[in-house]
Design a protein around this ligand. Sequence first.
Ligand code: RNT
Ligand code: ZN
Length: 413
Amino acid sequence: MSRFEEAKSIYARLGVDVEKALNKMKEVPIAVHCWQGDDVVGFDSREALSGGIQTTGNYPGKARTPEELMADYDFAFSLLPGKKKLNLHASYAIFEEGESVGRNEIEPRHFAPWVKFAKERGVGIDFNPTFFSHPMVKDNLTLSSPDDTVRRYWIDHGKACVKIAEYFANETGVPCVMNIWIPDGYKDLPADRLTPRRRFKESLDEILSIPYDKTKVYVTLESKVFGIGLESYTVGSAEFCLSYSDRAGITPLMDNGHYHPTEVVSDKLSSLLLFNEKVALHVTRAVRWDSDHVVIFDDETREIAKEIVRCDALDRVFLATDYFDASINRIAAWVTGVRSLQKALLFALLQPDETLFSMQENGDLTGILVLQEEMKTAPFGDIWAEFLNRENIPADYFTKVKQYEKKVLVKRV
Ligand code: RNT
Ligand code: ZN
């Protein structure tokens, strides 16, 4: 008997249907963020990264052009099993030689090469307006700025992005998730917390007032507790974003780096799923702060995945990765993070949930502790290996990444 067959029978004895889990796993799309490939730089303004987020490290081989980023993205995709989507930021618009277009005026045609790339690979595209790393961000403010010109600029950017998102959906035939996150906030205690939030609300209302097909574009709103240099106050707090999403009928997005250190997204999911048709996630790893470390197969990633599966919500949660590490090989970072999320999902699909649920209903809390601990050492690795095998994806990605580094990345100087 192969290791897989043996592992399968061990899971079967625990009441877990491995084939069902593997079949489900194939269908779960992950929106793979493009910004791991170039340290969140993009191609438009090429300003230093701002907005209270940071990449650290200077590992060689960063993608500098659309061609390089697409090549790296493609290579990373070739090492990833399952369904994937591109996840682009507006700052990755591709302009003609000599063309200069403000973010308030970008158009679908500036993303035509990305659409071609996506279509050739049969994947959908998710999208994000870029409200940071740009000279029109004044005093760390965008949609909540007291300056009408600044606010207008970013409202127009938001509207332009909704149209681009709809274009992506129309072209690829796959709905586009368009996520709004603004960095707006203050380093020190503000005098007035209300007015910026009122302006943010009104700006969002205006962006969303343009007609768009809600079956094709899912607008999501991402909250945040603080940013670097924006420690005391963020306009788009959790309460703001949840309330706004609820009232406007858009989708809330939780980034698991955006909460106080002992708060966990795994515990928040069931509540949001009770009250929202869809919920969006940015899966990241926060080490001491919202550091955006590469996702690993750790307790909280597994717990998030378990919640999605237990709530039977794999088709209601938009899953996207969001991390950036410039201190290690960027492609290895990409693949390790996305695979870790996929591992967590497969792990979640292999839990004896029915048994655990009935233990809880019957008050057998000891039983839950014992069985959950047992499951951690069940032969999960053999099932993961089988998943990769069935997807024709090599288990060993690092050898390939090292070859690519030698052949392609080190030559980028
Ligand atoms: C920032 C947010 C946001 C960004 C990306 C680049 O803290 O998490 O999602 O990371 O949009
Ligand atoms: Zn995020």
